[in-house]
Design a protein. Structure first.
Lengths: 318, 440
């Protein structure tokens, strides 16, 4: 009975007793969720255009952030470094399209997936060669990102809002909004959707597959840059950031590999879910549930909607 | 190509190898350095690797090695990965290393049973298996100058003194933020034992390796549990991220303590808010020592070092120097007790048991005042030396305490029990047959 009480009653009693902590947990979960969504968006863009799960998205986050910080450390002004980092991601997109995607066109998806593994380890080695393995500090001040904390007395307690977290949530939301509009309202966006539906049909109406791939990888690179800046500002820029990027995997399972709204909603559910789970139920098993809870949430959704919340239901003739 | 030519070629190659090998054996000793300059733990691994390499390289450049033999240095990148570390060990053991430094508790543990078989001593400096301090049970393993259990007992003792006595910790809550790996879990049994004896409560906050830079939940939980003190057992990017998160969550930094692994970069990452963060240490920072100035002159200025000039003398760089000081002293003592120049792993094991780094010897080595004295022996492979507490003042570490002796009375019993338990659980654990030198 005691365990049932601890699982089903106590956490909710605690939520009622300390609502300020509940708000704080929800806020932390939302911020993490928005950042997960941003990373997941990079995966979705590439998956939509090429049907490939880009394993390299995590290292792209690190590589973009390191390029920015590395250039700044070399004396390049912050905003010029930002532009140059974005251009580096464009160059990377062109190189990936030329060297990896084009030669492997029409190969099974698993081959392209494995190619992104290769790209990951190449970028890790290349990044460490250029920037070294030491963690670096994000240039938060030089990019005029807000710092400091607002403490609000509410619900009989206090809730802390980091200005950086607020900025991260706002910037990530704007980025997601812009990309959603770009890919749904513009000509390129429509072309992308055509490519996503059928490569052959898209080619038959004159859409350049190669061009679309460059655009999509560049967009994913920009998303990686923003995610790298925001996450780097929270906890530093190091190669362990690429592991966090894999948190986007349960987000994708949940939201669907092809849906931008799915990435957003999935990110928020995972972000909030893992924080609430760790905070209220984690102590029952000695903590550390956050690492696997996201996957459990995603698996539960998979049982009922294998295509994810917003993914396209695939019906095939057999 | 005829069989005759192949045969001649092979014979010539064998002759050349035969000529080269004795030359190698006579004039040098092989010292592999297990390092990690890549991956999530590179932030801690790189400065340590630099310090380790540069001190030994300085001995080569300045003195022509140790006792007339050159040190053949070779780094093997482990990435702090146990599997890669064991691969490194397998790749170097055929080259007759005189000592191995795993630089990871996870790598140390699988190497412990191999050490006595391969006759290669293991130096796990202030990390690894705490129980391996017992030289009578672990003759091939050395973990000076203090074990993790000593370190934990020192922090508890210091906190207790701040409260007005250990008994005042009764009813307090102590948080333990740790890497969820062999290293981070190592002191937990002692922490729980001390909690039971003294009467404080423990709240564990494990941080998975993949979440080292995503510690929001742990610090939220800390806000829920309101620990009176937080003790950190972190490594790599976990340390810097923890300092940042502590600042973000408003945890009082003067209540935040760490074992001896964070560096300046970790504290700096918390900005001005990190002021007051405390950690244990047992050696000096800075370059104001003749030996370190020799490193600058003979190694750094000549471009033989991978370290940035301004990083020489920082905490973890000097930690690497301390590690190599032990290696060098082990080799020097081995030469002394055996009378040989090109010593072997078996000799260096004896040398390590004869280490006596007293103030006079430290002065002779150009490291006067760098650290407290250390004496190892046949039975004591650790020394259980005192460490001091230092505090981050916003720009640098400031020593804020006298040496804190470990709680030997509480640690010793646990240590002995753990060592015996290890030997019993590992069926067939060999009884020590290595003779003790009279000197040790």
């Amino acid at each position: 009975m005691d365990i049932l009480y601890k699982v089903f009653i106590e956490p909710f009693v605690f939520m009622g007793e300390a609502p300020d902590l509940l708000i704080q947990t929800l806020w932390e979960g939302l911020v993490s969720g928005v950042l997960y969504a941003l990373i997941a968006l990079g995966f979705v863009l590439i998956f939509k255009a090429s049907g490939v799960f880009n394993f390299a998205q995590g290292i792209m986050v690190v590589f973009a952030a390191l390029t920015l910080v590395g250039l700044y450390e070399k004396g390049v002004p912050a905003f010029l470094a930002l532009i140059l980092a974005a251009l580096t991601m464009l160059v990377l997109a062109v190189v990936v399209e030329r060297v990896v995607l084009r030669p492997l066109v029409n190969q099974p998806d698993i081959i392209l997936f494995m190619a992104t593994f290769g790209l990951t380890y190449f970028l890790i080695g290349f990044g460490e060669l250029i920037f070294g393995g030491n963690p670096k500090e994000m240039i938060t001040g030089a990019l005029f990102l807000p710092q400091g904390t607002t403490e609000l007395d509410m619900l009989g307690g206090m809730v802390r809002f980091q200005h950086l977290d607020i900025a991260a949530a706002v910037i990530a939301s704007i980025m997601i909004g812009l990309l959603a509009v770009f890919f749904s309202k513009t000509r390129i966006g429509r072309a992308l959707r055509a490519v996503a539906d059928s490569h052959k049909a898209a080619l038959s109406v004159g859409i350049s597959l190669n061009q679309i791939w460059v655009i999509v990888w560049f967009a994913a690179g920009l998303v990686a840059l923003v995610a790298g800046i925001m996450w780097g500002a929270r906890s530093g820029v190091s190669f362990s950031l690429q592991i966090i990027a894999l948190k986007a995997l349960p987000v994708l399972i949940l939201g669907g590999f092809t849906s931008i709204p799915g990435a957003i909603i999935g990110g928020l559910i995972i972000g909030v879910g893992e924080k609430i789970g760790e905070f209220y139920w984690g102590p029952l098993v000695g903590g550390g549930v956050e690492t696997w809870l996201a996957y459990v949430i995603a698996l539960l959704f998979l049982l009922y909607r294998p295509q994810g919340l917003f993914g396209e239901k695939i019906i095939e003739r057999i | 190509m005829s069989f005759r030519r192949i045969g001649l070629g092979l014979a010539a190659a064998t002759m050349l190898a035969g000529m080269a090998l004795p030359a190698f054996a006579q004039d040098s000793v092989y010292v592999p350095l297990f390092t990690y300059r890549t991956g999530p733990f590179a932030g801690s691994g790189t400065p340590i690797a630099d310090g380790m390499h540069d001190y030994l390289r300085m001995l080569n450049e300045r003195d022509g090695g140790i006792g007339g033999v050159k040190l053949v240095l070779e780094e093997c990148e482990t990435g702090y990965d146990t599997k890669k570390g064991v691969e490194c060990y397998e790749s170097v053991k055929g080259k007759n290393p005189v000592i191995v430094n795993p630089w990871s508790t996870g790598i140390t543990l699988p190497l412990i049973p191999r050490a006595s078989v391969d006759k290669i001593p293991i130096l796990s400096m202030a990390y690894g298996l705490s129980a391996s301090a017992r030289g009578d049970i672990f003759p091939w393993v050395f973990n000076p100058p203090a074990t993790y259990w000593d370190g934990l007992s020192m922090i508890i003792k210091y906190i207790g003194e701040k409260e007005g006595g250990l008994e005042k910790l009764k009813g307090k809550k102590i948080g333990f933020l740790h890497l969820d790996a062999a290293f981070g879990k190592e002191p937990i049994p002692l922490l729980q034992e001390l909690a039971k004896d003294i009467g404080f409560e423990v709240a564990l906050y494990p941080v998975a390796a993949q979440d080292m830079q995503n510690q929001g939940s742990q610090w939220l939980s800390a806000r829920r549990d309101r620990p009176d003190y937080m003790i950190m057992w972190g490594w790599g990017s976990m340390n810097g991220a923890a300092v940042k998160e502590a600042v973000r969550s408003g945890y009082p930094m003067d209540k935040f303590y760490s074992v001896w692994w964070p560096g300046e970069d970790d504290a700096r990452s918390g900005g001005a808010g990190a002021k007051g963060f405390k950690m244990l240490n047992w050696h000096a920072v800075g370059t104001n020592f003749p030996a370190i100035q020799d490193i600058q002159k003979h190694v750094v200025d000549k471009g033989f070092s991978k370290a940035q000039k301004d990083k020489v003398g920082e905490l973890l760089y000097n930690r690497g120097i301390y590690n190599s000081l032990l290696i060098a002293e082990g080799i020097a003592q081995a030469q002394k007790v055996t009378g040989k120049k090109a010593v072997t792993g078996e000799d260096v094991r004896r040398g390590m048991e004869n280490i006596k780094l007293d103030p006079a010897r430290l002065k002779e080595l150009g490291l006067e005042g760098f650290t407290d004295q250390l004496v190892l022996s046949c039975s004591d492979h650790n020394g259980h030396r005192a460490a001091f507490m230092q505090e981050w003042d916003g720009t640098k570490w400031v020593k804020i305490s006298n040496p804190i002796e470990p709680m030997t009375d509480r640690v010793k019993g646990q240590l002995e029990a753990a060592a015996k338990d290890y030997a019993e659980k590992n069926a067939g654990w060999p009884k020590r047959t290595e003779a003790c030198d009279k000197a040790s």
